[in-house]
Design a protein around this ligand. Structure first.
Ligand SMILES: [Zn+2]
Length: 373
């Protein structure tokens, strides 16, 4: 249900049209895609020679009904329509069931206490058996609020469920435990580091079943966003920051979950890392995206200035875009598109030995400037 709120109003037609295609809606799941950075042509046939019947904006979402030669069939103004798959990021699945289905979590520990609040200090209002599932209302830190029965709510520890409160929580714990001795020694031997006390959340784009864009030489976006994020994390930690990532392995994490993780960790800056793709292989360069002028723009400017000063790649500028990880994020947040994996020159640079290190240093410098301003 949730995703419906994110559909750009003109695009509701797709869902309306789903209702008029009973044959189509029998299948249990459909892939949901978000349109990438460019104005995307909607065509009448799966071919770039076919008539253009409309355009989509970055951030628009569409449901895929079929895939043919890299083209995705959807519905536009009630008509069958095709868009080039290259421009799309897979952001999950939808199904008729899923639109009404609530998120459920399963209790895995016998006699799990239900508490009146999100912590073990809150009073127990009962216990739950292992093996039963409950509707999830919200997650706060490591605690899930669930509907127990008859509309009555309570809180249970996420470690007693099949949905632990994810890597970020444990990462946050380990970051603190690793950092403590570090800080003790540094307080004796040296001055504080420039990013001491700052919580930076890095968001390697895509993962798991969502491979992101596919580039030349079978490069998957999800793999390089991951290695780049790790390099950036290392540099930021050297500069004193507490760094968390939205995923620590090749797993699928929803966009909403990425934002939740950002919120649950008092993030001072959220940086989503992506690589771009385009059907025309001559398109190249790097972009920084932000959503809120008030919250994000200054972060975008600092990081982008630093990136373009040290990375030898076409500067495609700082742009405002309606990306969900930015729009719904309370923390200052930006999204980096660090070159086109469909452009041979960009890809050669991206795959060079120094690229990720240079990006990591540039992002770190940009953040240092950001916190000093
Ligand atoms: Zn991406």
């Amino acid at each position: 249900m949730r995703f419906i709120y994110y559909i750009v109003s003109s695009f509701v037609v797709i869902f309306v049209s789903m209702l008029f295609f009973p044959n189509e809606s029998q299948a249990d799941t459909r892939e949901l895609f978000e349109v990438g950075e460019t104005l995307l042509n909607v065509r009448s046939e799966p071919s770039d020679q076919a008539e253009i019947i409309g355009k989509l904006q970055a951030g628009d979402q569409l449901v895929a009904f079929e895939e043919k030669y890299g083209w995705i069939k959807t519905f536009y103004d009630g008509k069958e329509a095709w868009v080039a798959g290259h421009y799309l990021h897979n952001i999950g699945q939808v199904s008729e069931a899923k639109e009404t289905e609530e998120e459920k979590i399963k209790v895995v520990t016998k006699n799990t206490h239900i508490r009146s609040g999100p912590g073990s200090s809150y009073s127990s209002i009962g216990t739950l058996p292992a093996g039963k599932s409950y509707r999830l209302i919200e997650t706060k830190g490591e605690w899930h609020q669930i509907e127990v029965n008859n509309g009555q709510n309570g809180w249970i520890a996420s470690w007693h469920t099949d949905t632990p409160a994810q890597e970020a929580t444990s990462a946050s714990v380990s970051a603190h435990t690793i950092k403590a001795p570090d800080q003790q020694t540094s307080s004796i031997t040296s001055a504080t580091k420039p990013l001491d006390g700052y919580h930076i959340m890095l968001d390697p784009g895509h993962g798991g079943k969502d491979s992101g864009a596919m580039g030349l030489k079978n490069v998957y976006e999800k793999n390089i966003t991951f290695t780049t994020a790790q390099k950036i994390a290392d540099k930021l930690r050297e500069a004193g920051a507490t760094v968390l990532t939205t995923r620590s392995k090749d797993t699928y994490i929803s966009l909403d979950r990425r934002v939740e993780l950002s919120h649950s960790n008092k993030t001072n800056a959220f940086i989503s890392i992506h690589y771009n793709a385009f059907p025309d292989s001559s398109v190249s360069g790097l972009n920084t995206f932000y959503y809120s002028k008030k919250n994000d723009l200054r972060l975008a400017e600092n990081v982008h200035t630093s990136l373009t000063a040290s990375i030898d790649m076409k500067d495609r500028g700082i742009l405002q875009k309606n990306y969900r990880v930015l729009r719904t994020n309370h923390a200052p947040s930006i999204l980096l598109e660090l070159g086109f994996i469909t452009n041979p020159n960009d890809l050669a640079k991206i795959q060079s030995e120094s690229f990720e290190t240079n990006v990591a240093e540039a992002v770190t410098d940009g953040l240092k400037n950001y916190v000093q301003e």
